[in-house]
Design a protein around this ligand. Sequence first.
Ligand SMILES: Cc1ncc(COP(=O)(O)O)c(C=O)c1O
Length: 383
Amino acid sequence: MPVTGGVHKPIEAYRRLYPVTADKVWLNNASMGTLSAPVAGALRAYIKRHALGDISIEHDLKLVQRARETAARFINASPGEIAFTKNVADGLNIVAQGLDWKPGDRIVIADQEFPANVYPWQNLVKRGVELVKVASRDSRVAVEAIIEALEPRTRLVSLSWVEFSTGFRNDLKVLAKTCHERGILFCVDGIQGVGAFPLDVRETDVDVMATSSHKWLLAPTGTGWMYVRESLIDKIAISYLGQSSVSRGKSLDYLDFDLPLWPDARRFEPGILNYMGLVGLTAAIELFEEVGIDRIADRIKALTDGAVAGLLDRGYDVISSRNSAEWSGCVCFRSPKIEPAEIHRRLGERNIIISLRNDIVRISPHYYNDHDDIGRFLEALPR
Ligand SMILES: Cc1ncc(COP(=O)(O)O)c(C=O)c1O
């Protein structure tokens, strides 16, 4: 990992790179992350070049290549296993529409999944596929409950790395092993974890990980990407085919319609990509590599620990698990006395930005927040 001058700068030093910290307490990275100055600078440079007509497809393709290598390195994949998409749902739909389902096949998800990890599978019900939603208990998705739902006809399990409404972190390694022992594919919606925790797709052994960049990665919207295990690429039929799905080598013959598919995950990208978004994604990940993703996770742990202790002290109910393998950057809570909308409103008035999800209040600090931010949040809570 590149490290500034061979020595890590203290993590607090990076806060000044986030302009949002000047006048807001942004505790809403699970909804929308804010851009750092280096990311905003990379986007501005891209816009300037394009505004001045300093445009070349070769240059843009190099930017895409760099983004692909950077994303792959970040999760220990190879570049050929990364496809750029629009969002999480786009990635999961590529898988849902590409596998050869038979009537009676079963897919298992949890009942607390975000819609992006429900609709792509639900869309297969009309083809005779059965979608099983495992009930969560005490804001947890129990591995035992997932195991109980697995039957001989189960072909795929798809879960969020971190559940958006409870902050519960699923154990990807255990789930992948459980699935593979039964010949089942394991698919992950990674968006609430990637950028907050280290992910090694080889070590965890997941088959597919679809994510996007505007939350914990602190990069632009519309910049989705997915990992597809190399041996699975050929088993996913291409639903959307276009100029970029095929390898044209040096040929400039745009009327040759017999070009071969890319042998790797680029075949899932039918056309020109969100180049500007990818420039932002590269800058965001390169900055995280400099900071160190382990240090980022530790910092999020310290900040969320502080928030949880303060919430409990003030009589709030924290519903997110804080167990060692289950905690995440999302802390979800309620008050026994005060309406969630009222809490949200009061904090908003003080420029403290948080989320409401159904009847739950959620904060999601990132590494650029500090303990003063948490203190201001706690102070502003209605008693
Ligand atoms: C768990 C989870 N998955 C996916 C998404 C986003 O899905 P998409 O990128 O398809 O809009 C969100 C939040 O917006 C989320 O919390």
